[in-house]
Design a protein around this ligand. Structure first.
Ligand code: PLP
Length: 411
């Protein structure tokens, strides 16, 4: 008899965005003449920039020739892209990485979900709360998270990030073997300074812990003292793995490309105390289970590092950040308590008068015909907040602000 991996059964049956879609559908059916604007979308909306389209077309044409055909590529990515990554994402920040420390992939969701295979099932994990659900769910699937009770997993250490602590998680008061950090943060849109991140690196070094650092939104940082990479902090090479994605940076959500940095100095212990470097383990894992990102998407990613590419990508980021600033100013002007939106495409809004996330979601949907994402869907500390995104068009963002203004003042 084939027995299933019953850890999958522990996962909550309904995914946050499915619940939202259901509620939005009910509204649509009962209000057929209302049109809805979504500030809940977690996907980009602007088209690929011209250099990326040209690179894709060039690569496709090349693949149609005998000389230019590319079959299986190196599992860890083509050198042309890995060299561009080293030269553009790290060297200018004083970070020297070896090309073998870069692993190109089809995106950061894949890698943040798979990376936990490198550590034993009985390691303890810590997450900032609220959080990108992939980190916990991927640990649930192999049984590391324990059982869920009242929205919390028994073997997960939650590090609350709320307005009360200015969204800066306190260092855990007990041993944590692995910590997931994501900055700029999804869902709160908040960031950490170098000084704050240094505390985490020092914690990890002192406690022999590993940090999984998700830098998917680093391209949205505008403030000067905010780290774009954890390797800007001394000692991070010994304790951190970092994930990058072209999805939000360059609209690659449908193209699929990202990369992960596994430094050679990073080791973890066996039960007998032997130190094993994780870099060759990840290489082994990837070469066994992954056949590389496509040649086309890697050529497309390479193109964003050209001078024109950088300019074009920045224009799209500026487009979204214009929305973020408009939302931040507009909502604060209406009297709401809003965070994020300055170095990230997300805004995190406190619901007024202690309304729950889901109740406020429904009130906004029915009152203003605007969709947000209930904060509690990202973890227990998200209760009492909603997430708004800046990934819409300028027109929709302005229209949403008008509606929210009317709704707020007529309530
Ligand atoms: C969108 C997002 C990613 C990117 O995932 P891809 O698989 O590269 O599209 C990674 N981490 C977080 C926190 C995200 O929000």
């Amino acid at each position: 008899m084939a027995l299933i991996n019953d850890h999958f059964l522990k996962l909550p049956a309904n995914y946050l965005f499915a619940d939202i879609a259901k509620k939005v559908n009910i509204f649509r059916v009962t209000h057929p003449n209302s049109d809805i604007i979504s500030l809940g979308i977690g996907d980009v909306t602007q088209p690929l920039c011209p250099v990326v389209v040209e690179a894709l077309q060039r690569a496709a044409a090349e693949m149609g020739t005998a000389d230019g055909f590319h079959g299986y590529g190196p599992e860890q990515g083509y050198d042309f892209l890995r060299e561009a990554i080293l030269k553009n994402d790290f060297l200018p920040r004083g970070i020297h990485l070896d090309i073998d420390e870069i692993f190109v992939s089809d995106g950061a969701k894949t890698d943040t979900g798979n990376i936990q295979e490198l550590i034993r099932w009985d390691n303890s994990i810590g997450v900032t709360d609220p959080i990108y659900p992939v980190y916990i769910d991927s640990n649930v699937m192999i049984g590391r998270a324990g059982v869920q009770q009242q929205g919390r997993w028994s073997n997960v250490i939650y590090l609350p990030c709320t307005a009360e602590n200015n969204f800066i998680p306190r260092l855990p008061d007990r041993r944590v073997d692995v910590i997931y950090l994501c900055y700029p943060n999804n869902p709160t849109g908040t960031v950490v300074t170098k000084q704050e991140l240094r505390k985490w690196v020092n914690y990890a070094l002192k406690n022999d812990a590993i940090i999984f650092f998700d830098a998917a939104y680093q391209a949205f940082i505008t403030a000067p003292d905010i780290p774009h990479s954890i390797y800007e902090i001394r000692g991070a090479r010994k304790c951190a793995i970092e994930f990058h994605s072209y999805s939000k940076t360059a609209g690659f959500t449908g193209v699929r490309c990202g990369y992960t940095v596994v430094p050679k100095d990073l080791t973890a212990a066996t039960l007998t105390g032997e130190r094993i470097p994780l870099n060759p383990l990840w290489l082994r894992r990837q070469s066994t289970k992954f056949n590389g990102a496509s040649y086309l998407s890697q050529r497309a990613a390479e193109a964003i590092y050209t001078p024109e590419g950088r300019l074009q990508v920045q224009q799209t980021i500026d487009y979204y950040m214009h929305n973020a600033h408009r939302l931040l100013d507009g909502l604060r002007g209406m009297g709401y308590e809003v965070y994020g939106g300055e170095n990230a495409p997300y805004l995190w809004m406190k619901t007024p008068r202690g309304t729950t996330s889901w109740q406020f979601f429904e009130e906004m949907l029915y009152g203003a015909n605007v969709v947000c994402t209930p904060g509690v869907g990202f973890g227990p500390s998200g209760e009492g907040y909603v997430r708004l995104t800046a990934f819409g068009t300028h027109e929709h963002t302005e229209e949403a602000l008008d509606r929210l203004q009317r709704w707020t003042f007529n309530r």
